[in-house]
Design a protein around this ligand. Structure first.
Ligand code: GLA
Length: 409
């Protein structure tokens, strides 16, 4: 090869790579902040996409039993949830009995007669992962023994039982420092050698988005969700109240560490199916953990169609890991966007009002040029429209959403 030809080839490569870099830059919405994914900031390498599963609390509260967990694991396999990605079955509060004479935690023998190890084995045999709940204080929120002073002992017990996921709550913690308390449990888990996803649950009181990434995999950003569209009642919050608190925290989410706006209420009966579609779509836009909280053994067709919507789940699970955000707020009418790994965007039109409304979005609002042609796929109806220029609008039902994926073509 002649020198001149080699130089020409080199120049060509450089030009190509700078064009490529420019193209890649365009893939990321210039209006959004990149996810916090610096090397070494993930706690344990788990949850590179938001965790998916089921948790007993929203439906069963303190009445959870081993039978409930077995039936749920069976149902998750039979009804397609496992295939759709719901991998963790988590027992929330109230599984605990007393500590034994050496301080080891035991299970409530009436509700969990076979013990937790046998239950974890059952869940694992179904190809699912198994999660459990404890608390950084002396007592859990349900008044059972907490882990304070027993962190290493409890982590060891969980590892022996085969636990894959720990939700760690914040009741009865007094003046404990939250970061220190969660770091202690994170270290205790690491010392067992068993990988366990750590779900930080201190309700956003101590700004866990600022320190949670190096300690755990997700952190609650608010108080508990209530099965209602909106309206806080004492400690609990309506679904839309949670959205308003969780949305501004989008810069803090990324692979391995997610904002957690609490578990899903889809199917629990307090909202309409339209509202539940909005709830599920918003959680997907916010890259939230998708932890179902309904009776998955007895759900109706509409609930099933929501929880199993593969397109919406794919948005939630997108590997770029950027949390979507509100790009326009016209009071009752909002436009949200989330950049996806393949260069497309998930876009949500949200109608918070009580009458149907036409909501429009133009491409510059979501980081594209007006002239860009695209395919716009409606993720709830499954229909695709080919657009030659950058404006899309749709009628959005009250308390509802239209959610689309915009792919440049
Ligand atoms: C707290 C948590 C809930 C649930 C209950 C259990 O309120 O935020 O998610 O775990 O405790 O008592």
């Amino acid at each position: 090869m002649s020198r001149r030809f080699a130089r020409l080839l080199l120049a060509l490569c450089a030009a190509m790579s700078s064009t490529l870099a420019a193209a890649q830059d365009q893939l990321v919405d210039p209006n959004t902040v990149r996810p916090s994914r610096e090397a070494g900031r993930t706690a344990n390498g788990l949850a590179m996409t938001p965790p998916m599963g089921w948790n007993s609390w929203n439906k069963h509260g303190c009445k959870v039993t081993e039978q409930v967990i077995r039936d749920t694991a069976d149902a998750i396999v039979a009804n397609g949830m496992k295939a759709a990605g719901y991998g963790y079955v988590v027992i929330d509060d109230c599984w605990h009995g007393d500590r034994d004479k050496d301080g080891f935690i035991t299970a409530d023998a009436t509700k969990f007669p076979s013990g937790i190890k046998a239950l974890a084995d059952y869940v694992h045999a179904k190809g699912l992962k198994f999660g459990i709940y404890s608390d950084a204080g002396r007592k859990t929120c349900g008044g059972r023994p907490g882990s304070q002073g027993h962190e290493y002992q409890d982590a060891l017990t969980y590892a022996r039982w085969g636990v894959d996921y720990l939700k760690y709550d914040w009741c009865s913690t007094g003046v404990r420092n939250a970061e220190e308390a969660y770091a202690l449990m994170s270290d205790a888990i690491r010392a067992t050698g068993r990988p366990m996803l750590l779900s930080i649950c201190e309700w956003g009181n101590n700004r866990p988005w600022e320190w949670g990434a190096k300690i755990g995999n997700m952190w609650r950003t608010t108080g508990d969700i209530r099965d209602a569209w909106a309206g806080p009642v004492t400690y609990s919050l309506g679904m839309m109240d949670i959205v308003d608190k969780n949305e501004p925290l989008y810069p803090f989410a990324g692979p391995g560490h997610w904002n957690d706006p609490d578990m899903l209420e889809v199917g629990n009966g307090g909202m309409t199916d339209t509202e539940y579609r909005a709830h599920f779509s918003l959680w997907a836009m916010m890259a939230a953990p998708l932890i179902a909280g309904n009776d998955v053994a007895k759900m109706d067709g509409a609930t099933r169609a929501i929880l199993l919507n593969k397109d919406v789940i794919a948005v939630d699970q997108d590997t770029l890991g950027m949390q979507g955000r509100r790009v326009r707020d016209d009071g009752d009418h909002e436009v949200w966007a989330r950049p996806l790994a393949d260069g497309s965007r998930a876009v949500l039109l949200l109608n918070r009002g009580t009458t149907p409304a036409e909501i429009a979005v133009s491409w510059p609002e979501i980081g594209y040029t007006m002239a860009m042609a695209s395919d716009v796929r409606d993720l709830w109806s499954g229909t695709t429209r080919r657009l030659r220029e950058g404006r899309f609008s749709a009628m959005v039902p009250p308390h509802g959403v239209v959610m689309v994926k915009v792919t440049p073509n």
